[in-house]
Design a protein around this ligand. Structure first.
Ligand SMILES: [Zn+2]
Ligand SMILES: [Zn+2]
Length: 162
């Protein structure tokens, strides 16, 4: 993610080895759930992991083919939809972008801390969803997904505290 802000975001891009490990974990999760990590799904996930932060669907379509061919948007959207159902990817409505979830936290509720200044996106585990689920269950509602998105400033972009 590019930004004009002079601060260094806390979240960085993973190394190739880290991406490979995360892809292996993702593939294991998908096959474990009876699904298949097809080429388009794999490619979209790889792009999201490599970005190390939120990426818009348009950018995913543009970079889907390494050789500047333009991908069919439907291919990318279908892959994104599948990856969301597996919990590997979350859509961040406030920034209209998609982000790969940390493999070590897959399956547990996450909250995303978005920085208004540098655009950094940090994933933390969300402690509050248990009571939300209980309250929803009481109304007969079954929550499938909860995405918590917080807006504010990351540690690097906050003004110096005295
Ligand atoms: Zn920031
Ligand atoms: Zn900043």
């Amino acid at each position: 993610m590019t930004s004009a802000c002079p601060h260094h975001p806390e979240t960085g891009r993973p190394t190739a080895a880290q991406i490979e490990r995360m892809m292996d974990a993702a593939a294991a999760r998908v096959t474990g759930g009876g699904g298949r990590l097809t080429r388009p799904r794999r490619r979209v996930l790889e792009l999201l992991l490599a970005a190390g932060g939120p990426v818009g669907a348009y950018d995913l379509v543009a970079s889907f083919h390494p050789d500047r061919r333009v991908a069919k948007p439907a291919t990318v959207y279908r892959a994104l939809h599948f990856l969301q159902t597996t919990g590997l990817v979350q859509r961040l409505a406030t920034v209209k972008a998609y982000v790969a979830c940390k493999p070590e936290r897959l399956g547990s509720p996450a909250a995303f801390l978005l920085c208004d200044c540098c655009g950094a996106c940090r994933e933390i585990s969300s402690p509050g969803t248990a009571s939300l689920k209980a309250a929803a269950t009481a109304t007969g509602y079954a929550i499938e997904r909860v995405t918590v998105e917080a807006q504010g400033l990351c540690a690097a972009c906050r003004p110096e505290r005295p």
